[in-house]
Design a protein around this ligand. Structure first.
Ligand code: AHR
Length: 578
């Protein structure tokens, strides 16, 4: 600490960890901080020339105690913000709140499916507690059966009374009982009220196999496959709203070059048809091609290749979406702990996650070149935090805890998607239950809702709302070498005309006073919920499920002005009543 004080830069004194930064953190601007730092440096250098070391240390310790005693309580930062409701523009597609359920670890088995004979309360084998929790999220769509699993999945193993038992080589090499198959998935969707996003097997399947699966699912006429579906318990044709043509075909999905993938894409796009009569006109199934997996130049080539082919396409094939996968991982293999970390790892992970903005912008710009009318959606169908597996768990099961940091991470990503609502029209967090950044964790009959779950719940009003621009100076939160925006914000007008505001205070140490000026609306009151917890790594557990849960919050409103205090490390959503 003494060396820190004698450094040339007074500013560094305040930025560094240790006693001094603890004293001065939260005490206003960096200008103030650096002046104080320089003052300390000058005084201390003079002192050092005259007084022996031990005495200097003693004097300095006393000075610190004095400063700490007279220092005022941590003062909230102020952020001014303006929202003009008359500038409402693009609709935020509810599909950006999509989920992903892969046959991986306990994501499906135990997470969703316990079987009809289980003592855990269920409806036709599907857990009732999970269904109730997911219904509250108004899940728009669920992507299934993978992931990497999809390119080794053969749908016939999962229908009928005699299920074929296979293996799951991607994820731990465990037995795949196939007791959760097509009918169980569609039943699950029906119970939670979501649409189907089915990924067909391009890597090890055939166009015929995928075409027959879709006929089995969607044909209303009495074809042999439709009759087989009826015999297996479902007379009516199912709806399949989204079709993923392969998964990471550049990697686990077959290690294909862009050209090879394109040759497959065109065939699948042509022959894998949806026959459901109700989906022939307006509600047509949207076809989603495999897209990039990062921001590096080679991913740009992939996006270029698919979009160039799209621009030059013939009548016989088409796509409506381009998938993009991006995890907040830091470095591969995933090594960040999901629990038991401090502010350094908190700020590092948030820094990594904000790279999503650059990634979306880059690939959107390429798509704009070939599709200026934005007909093809950018579908971020795998995103979220990927940490080191929890000690004692099977590494292939991708089990991690979910902390307040993940709630903040989720809000930041959802805000990025909403800001790009014109292009990002679908996203699927990975994954829904017990895997990676999950909404819900289960252990036999027990279930706990994660901080990420609560963000999705608080953001429900943004589904199908219209994006409203917000102008603000985010300020800066600095920790060590990491510098982040202190605040993030999102505004939208819902279908009933009500204004919704979401704020994320990234700073784990300081609260923020938001002073918002509202245009295009006369506000009467504003209230909502805020989500925070004691520490950046606070989690909900089976024994302490309410550590990170939303609590009510209200704002002071006077006509066109709104004042609200955001707690440190928090996500807040409020609605403004007119
Ligand atoms: O979500 C886990 C895996 O991550 C998926 O199976 C795969 O698509 C991605 O690499």
């Amino acid at each position: 600490m003494l060396f820190t004080l004698t450094s040339e830069s007074g500013t560094r004194v305040c930025k560094r960890k240790g006693v001094l930064s603890a004293v001065w953190a939260g005490r206003g601007s960096f200008t103030k901080c650096s002046i104080l730092g320089r003052w300390f440096t000058r005084r201390f250098t003079a002192l050092r020339q005259k007084v022996p070391f031990a005495m200097r240390a003693l004097l300095f310790g006393c000075a610190l105690i004095a400063v700490a005693t007279i220092a005022p309580a941590v003062v909230a930062q102020k952020v001014q913000l303006s929202v003009d409701v008359s500038k409402a523009s693009v609709k935020i597609d509810r599909n950006i709140f999509g989920q992903f359920a892969e046959h991986l670890g306990h994501g499906v088995y135990e997470g969703i499916w316990v079987g009809p004979d289980s003592t855990i309360p269920n409806t036709r084998g599907i857990r009732n507690d999970i269904v109730a929790a997911l219904r509250a999220l108004k899940v728009p769509n669920v992507r299934w059966p993978g992931g990497c699993f999809a390119d080794e999945y053969h749908w016939r193993t999962g229908i009928g009374s005699q299920r074929v038992v296979t293996l799951n080589p991607n994820w731990g090499g465990v037995i795949e009982p196939n007791t959760f198959g097509t009918h169980e998935f569609m039943d699950f969707l029906d119970q939670i009220g979501a649409e189907a996003y089915i990924s067909v097997n391009v890597g090890s399947g055939t166009p015929r196999e995928a075409a027959e699966w879709l006929e089995y699912l969607t044909a209303a006429q009495p074809t042999t496959l439709a009759k087989e579906r009826a015999a297996n318990g479902h007379q009516a044709a199912y709806r399949v709203s989204y079709l993923g043509i392969g998964n990471e075909s550049w990697g686990c999905g077959g290690n294909m070059t862009p050209d090879y993938y394109l040759s497959q894409l065109k065939i699948y796009s042509r022959f894998v048809r949806n026959f459901n009569p109700s989906q022939q006109d307006k509600q047509q199934m949207l076809k989603i091609a495999v897209g990039p997996g990062g921001s590096e130049t080679e991913w740009g080539y992939w996006t270029e290749a698919v979009m160039r082919a799209y621009q030059n396409r013939q009548w016989s094939w088409d796509i409506n979406g381009l998938s993009m996968h991006s995890y907040t991982v830091g470095h591969w293999p995933p090594s960040f702990a999901s629990v038991g970390f401090g502010e350094t790892e908190y700020s590092q992970i948030l820094k990594f996650t904000l790279e999503m903005e650059d990634l979306v912008s880059k690939h959107s710009a390429i798509m704009d070149k070939y599709d200026p009318q934005k007909k093809v959606a950018l579908v971020v169908d795998e995103w979220g935090a990927w940490y080191a597996p929890l000690p004692g768990t099977s590494p292939g099961f991708l089990v991690q805890q979910n902390s307040l940091r993940d709630a903040i991470l989720a809000a930041l990503n959802l805000n990025i998607f909403a800001h790009h609502a014109d292009r990002v029209r679908m996203a699927n967090i990975a994954q829904m239950i017990n895997v990676l950044q999950a909404m819900i964790l289960t252990d036999k009959e027990k279930m706990v809702l994660t901080p990420t779950y609560y963000v999705f719940k608080m953001y429900v009003p943004f589904q199908e709302a219209t994006f409203v621009p917000v102008a603000f100076d985010a300020g800066t939160y600095i920790h060590g070498e990491i510098s982040l925006p202190r605040i993030d914000a999102l505004a939208a007008k819902d279908t009933a005309g009500k204004l919704w505001l979401a704020f994320t205070n990234l700073d784990p140490n300081q609260s923020i006073e938001v002073e918002a000026s509202l245009a295009g609306i006369i506000a009467r009151s504003a209230a909502g919920e805020t989500l925070t917890g004691p520490k950046v790594d606070s989690v909900n557990t089976f024994d302490a499920a309410k550590t990170v849960v939303p609590k009510p919050i209200s704002a002071k409103v006077e006509g066109r002005k709104l004042d609200l205090t955001l707690e440190p490390k928090s996500v807040t959503v409020i609605s403004v009543e007119q």
